[in-house]
Design a protein around this ligand. Structure first.
Ligand SMILES: *[C@@H]1O[C@H](CO)[C@@H](O)[C@H](O)[C@H]1NC(C)=O
Ligand SMILES: *[C@@H]1O[C@H](CO)[C@@H](O)[C@H](O)[C@H]1NC(C)=O
Length: 463
């Protein structure tokens, strides 16, 4: 069906910068900050064990630049591949309304039927536009949306509600009706091609997120975890069941923002203080690399370069990233080169001393030309203003958990190459052995998921 295309005036834009509180401390500051108040959320009575969904992931930091999963939507269900993004909260899929700028062939687009359109006055339209409000000429208007990403890419479309097919970890299939965006105008002005995925699964903590909806139906707890393997692939889960009961360190999230913003951090290099403190950082699985704002970026560049003095590495131009080095012979993997570099550490100082270790593997890639390149980028140049972002490169080989109920982010080193086995890893009494059925219905798995070589790229849509 044709949907009514949006008029030129955009009622509200979900721009990354708009959601910042006016008091955001910026790049970093040396002032000490008030300790975070922990939000008193009352975790709901736990659902029975098994009320989680586990998805295998495909993708990598380099050369793909993203991690993705498959989800079945509609009736009959159709499988779409989604880029996973904890940096935004509106899930959308390319949609035949018809579409401008969609990258998928028409037959692979989501086809909205008339009854799936969300009405402008419906509360879920309000959630999409929160804290603004939708502009409805009549209550029966469709609910328009626009998402603008930091890299100036944008998507415009209309909100729809349709069935999602999700396989719970206890084996049951649930088919909740969830609200998401049907994108009919996709713009990607950046120098890099857009991801080859059909859409973005937005896992940020806004009211409109898929996870908030699942929680409001009392189906799945508002908790997300991902384990991105450095070798590619990994897994993502929704719900509480796969959160390890020990070993994980927890950091309170900063209040009042839609993003997963850390409490203030101090930066260490090789275990030593750098003088950089009160850094606030967004955890963003939608960003391939890590970004620091100007002063921090320049300090890191300086420390890393000075650390290489006397080592057999020389700077070299490589189109993959701005700062690269070559060795006496081409490197095969980041393990060939990591001994030349020191670890970065983010030390979150507010509560107790919690650290996020960034060994060289968490900030370097080895390119197809065998050069080692710095996966930490100049955030100011990327238009991030004073933002710092921890992207996929620095989140690899850890289980990272975003607990929106307790308002905390946790992490623990993990082997992300192996999907968790609920029986042996969690030693719980589940009713059905959890085998090959993951979040989506097996029979709908696309056969050619990993064959996107022609779509390889280095950068993805940021955030
Ligand atoms: C799995 O969990 C859901 C939600 O708690 C429950 O409704 C369903 O009955 C469970 N299925 C099985 C097979 O135990
Ligand atoms: C970072 O980007 C800013 C803004 O484009 C630029 O002025 C600055 O020179 C850059 N710094 C480095 C070290 O690239």
């Amino acid at each position: 069906m044709d949907v009514k295309k949006m008029k030129a005036t955009v009622p509200w834009m979900m721009m990354f910068f708009l959601v910042l509180p006016a008091t955001f401390p910026g790049c970093f500051s040396s002032d000490s900050q008030q300790p975070n108040k922990k939000k008193s959320t009352h975790p709901k009575v736990a659902n029975g064990f098994g009320s989680s969904v586990l998805f295998p992931l495909t993708g990598n930091v380099y050369p793909f630049g993203y991690y993705s999963l498959s989800l079945s939507i509609g009736h009959p269900p159709k499988v779409f591949e989604f880029d996973i993004d904890t940096g935004s909260d509106l899930t959308w899929v390319q949609c035949d309304a018809p579409c401008n700028g969609c990258t998928k062939p028409v037959n692979d687009l989501y086809k909205p039927k008339k009854h799936v359109l969300v009405r402008c006055e419906h509360p879920s339209c309000g959630a999409v536009h929160f804290p603004g409000s939708p502009q409805c000429e009549t209550p029966d208007d469709q609910c328009d949306f626009e998402v603008e990403y930091v890299d100036h890419g944008s998507v415009t479309g209309v909100m729809v509600t349709d069935l999602f097919s999700l396989r719970l970890t206890n084996g049951s299939l649930i088919r909740p009706r969830l609200t998401f965006g049907c994108a009919y105008d996709v713009k990607n002005p950046g120098p890099y091609p857009p991801p080859s995925t059909a859409g973005v699964l937005a896992l940020g903590n806004g009211k409109a997120s898929i996870l908030s909806q699942l929680q409001s139906f009392d189906l799945i707890r508002n908790v997300i975890g991902h384990c991105l393997s450095g070798k590619g692939g990994g897994y993502l889960f929704l719900g509480y069941d796969l959160v390890p009961s020990s070993g994980i360190v927890w950091m309170p999230m900063s209040d009042g923002v839609k993003h997963y913003l850390s409490s203030p951090a101090e930066l260490l290099f090789g275990g030593k203080p750098t003088g950089i403190k009160n850094l606030k950082i967004v955890f963003d699985s939608g960003s391939s690399y890590t970004y620091f704002c100007l002063r921090v970026y320049e300090a890191v560049l300086d420390l890393v370069s000075r650390g290489l003095t006397g080592k057999p590495l020389n700077t070299v131009h490589d189109q993959a990233l701005p700062i690269c080095w070559k060795g006496p012979k081409p490197f095969k993997s980041v393990h060939d080169v990591k001994n030349y570099f020191s670890s970065l550490t983010l030390s979150f100082t507010n509560t107790r001393n919690i650290q996020l270790q960034l060994p060289p593997e968490a900030y370097l890639i080895v390119t197809e030309h065998g050069n080692a390149c710095l996966g930490v980028l100049n955030g100011t140049e990327a238009g991030l203003g004073d933002f710092n972002i921890i992207g996929d490169i620095s989140l690899q080989d850890k289980m990272v958990v975003y607990d929106n109920e307790k308002q905390q982010i946790g992490w623990v080193s993990a082997n992300c190459d192996r999907l968790p086995n609920l029986d042996s890893d969690y030693n719980e009494d589940i009713q059905q052995p959890y085998a090959a059925n993951f979040g989506i219905l097996e029979e709908n798995h696309p056969a050619t998921q990993a064959s996107s070589k022609s779509n390889m790229r280095v950068h993805k849509r940021e955030l």
